[in-house]
Design a protein around this ligand. Sequence first.
Ligand SMILES: [Zn+2]
Length: 363
Amino acid sequence: MSWETIVGHQSALERFQKSARRNRLASTYLFVGPSGIGKRTFALKLAQSLLCSSTPESALECCSHCPACQQVLSGSHPDLIQVAKPADKKFIPVETFIGDREHRRQRGMCHDIGLKPFYGGRKIAIIDDADDLNAESANSLLKTLEEPPPKSILILIGTSQQRQLQTIISRSQVVHFSPLTAEQVQEVLERHHLLDPETDPRPIAQAANGSVEQAIRLSNPELLEFVQLLYHQLASLDPTQEDFAKSLGTFVESAGKDAALKRRRLSEVGDFAIYFYRDLLHRSADSREVHENLEKHTAASLSQFRQTGFTDSVIQEAASACIRRTLSMQQEVHANAMQANVITNWLADLGRLSRAEIAFDFY
Ligand SMILES: [Zn+2]
């Protein structure tokens, strides 16, 4: 019953159920997939199922009532360690894993996971923001990955396999998580009452690229309307058409008088363009994806690219180049470059990259 609260990710669940039945769970997993689709929620449910004291581990279920389940839900289970990148840091500090200089290997996650489980079951660690492991932090983890304490399970969570260090990938079992369908996003929004009761969840779920996180950002009706227009333009492979640079300029201007507000708005539009291209990248790479489930704009974009004669791997290269170009646009915005020029050049370049008129490695 317990997994009913998780929306989507059926194939990942089946994989874990099979391993649990055969008593063949690995010691390190790397969860990868776009942000805001429920990877962390899945990891917590997995931990709860393994720590629940009233269901056997082989069933991979949890009762939600026993003290262990309650402690997982409240974040106080002594055998569940959770770490993430602090908001004010660029990377997960090495101290998080092996303690500060005075207490090297006597504190930190690697030390704690080696302690005897308080309940005699397992020790589980969830490392969020695995994209933000630098070489030093990753190296500090290697000893634990190579010689995992008995019955310990480590779950690293990142957004894509490409962003992980090879030293981590080679020591983990990689589990891929796909974006949710629009229906599934809507289900999560409704079930957890994440929107204002008067707000219609359907157009928001449709524009959210399979991510609940994006759906929540799109609950601002002004932004939703503009993002739908943006997707339409990006899917056409010529985002400069229909005087879109001007529409974008007007939208950015309407953020307020303050230049910082305008910069923030343009950067946010960039975020949504990145989401769009990431979704395209993910869905064109995922052959298991059922194409009827594609969101309208992603389907339109894939079909436009294919009509141009692009194979899936070329589409992925083009989408990656458009992401890099958008990241550089966001840097220009923060460096206070002339807004009108930034917009015009960015849109023109996205169009050229989408039509392979400039080399993908140019950006
Ligand atoms: Zn329980």
